[in-house]
Design a binder for this molecule. Structure first.
Ligand SMILES: NC(=O)c1ccc[n+]([C@@H]2O[C@H](COP(=O)([O-])OP(=O)(O)OC[C@H]3O[C@@H](n4cnc5c(N)ncnc54)[C@H](OP(=O)(O)O)[C@@H]3O)[C@@H](O)[C@H]2O)c1
Length: 310
């Protein structure tokens, strides 16, 4: 297939691109930074500069690539695009990412329609943001939580917008868990090592993790099978923060995390951090395994953290 990978040089793109090439696909991959064109070419792609927030840039890039499939991996979460992570002002930190998930999605869908491409896959998110009612583990049938009244509300609305637009266009939404693996958790691990990533309150809130290479392999399957609908791309073991965080600290050779009360966290890091650590809901991957035939290389973060942090 000819695959158009919007956002080819990011944490996921860099691992997805070689997997697509290894399966015999021809990939056109995009970056906003001309200095990364060489990297994309080394990974086997035809590389192109594109601004996902510019309809003309997107339209021209897609038309030139003549793709059979379009994969939307555009976010702006890195230091270069978004500055330092800022949970307290999540909406500001995620402002450009939210634009890429709304305007950027519109531009890519319009370009897909103009080019007659119906195989459309987009990145979404399923880590701690399951609906905060009932059990700790959610399926694709359960709604995502709008995180109303928290600094994450605007970002969650953008995710909902992306999902609805892609589903309306009969594409597939891949809800990746929290990513780890090459380049994905360096910032967080640094905080864990400095004991600046504490357990909040009970630490009972759940989260789902996924190794970037497993996220990439699920994406390849979705492309090849022209998947439609929503899929949770997470590992087999959604877990509460009070299990995964001390384990992550041990794997990173750090002291156990400190414990911080909810009120202090709310003050220092905002309500989204409190929700994540105390009420978060994780996700089940049963549908992706069943329908895509997806097999994970890292079925649990327990094995994955150990290997990734060695
Ligand atoms: N589900 C998740 O948990 C999730 C998902 C993604 C990322 N992350 C986290 O976010 C952090 C950084 O991710 P990242 O390195 O992938 O960087 P990023 O800054 O989020 O960029 C991702 C991709 O989007 C592209 N992009 C950014 N702005 C764009 C625009 N205006 N138009 C078109 N493309 C644009 C980037 O292109 P350039 O080549 O121009 O930079 C890059 O290819 C990591 O810690 C990662 O774990 C988490």
């Amino acid at each position: 297939m000819r695959v158009f990978l919007a956002g080819g040089a990011g944490v996921i793109g860099r691992r997805l691109l070689p997997q697509l090439v290894a399966r015999g696909h021809q990939v056109t991959a995009t970056t906003t930074n001309p200095e990364k064109l060489g990297l994309l070419e080394q990974l086997g792609a035809e590389a192109i500069v594109m601004d996902g927030l510019d309809a003309v840039s997107v339209g021209e890039a897609v038309a030139k690539a003549h793709p059979d499939a379009i994969v939307h991996q555009m976010t702006a979460i890195s230091l270069a695009h978004a500055g330092k992570p800022d949970m307290k002002h999540f909406d500001r930190w995620f402002a450009t990412t939210s634009r890429l998930r709304t305007e950027g999605t519109n531009h890519l869908l319009a370009a897909a329609e103009a080019a007659g491409v119906s195989n459309f896959i987009a990145q979404s998110y399923a880590s701690w943001n399951g609906i905060r009612q009932g059990g700790w583990v959610k399926t694709e049938e359960d709604p995502l939580d709008p995180e109303k009244g928290t600094p994450a509300e605007a970002g969650m609305a953008a995710i909902r917008y992306l999902e609805e637009a892609v589903l309306k266009a009969h594409g597939a939404v891949l809800r990746y868990g929290s990513l780890y693996g090459p380049g994905a958790t360096d910032d967080q691990v640094e905080l864990v090592r400095k004991r600046m990533y504490p357990l909040v309150g009970s630490g009972a809130g759940y989260c789902s993790w996924i190794h970037v290479d497993d996220a990439a392999s699920a994406t390849v399957l979705a492309v090849e099978q022209q998947a439609k609908g929503v899929f949770n791309i997470v590992d087999d073991e959604p877990a509460p923060a009070n299990e995964w965080l001390p384990y992550l600290a041990a794997c990173a050779g750090a002291k156990p995390p400190m414990r911080v009360p909810k009120w202090l966290t709310r003050l220092l890091a905002g309500q989204a951090a409190v929700v994540m650590m105390t009420e978060g809901r994780g996700f089940s991957n049963a549908k992706a395994k069943r329908e895509l035939g997806w097999k994970l290389r890292y079925p649990s973060w327990r094995q994955g953290f150990k290997e990734a942090l060695l």
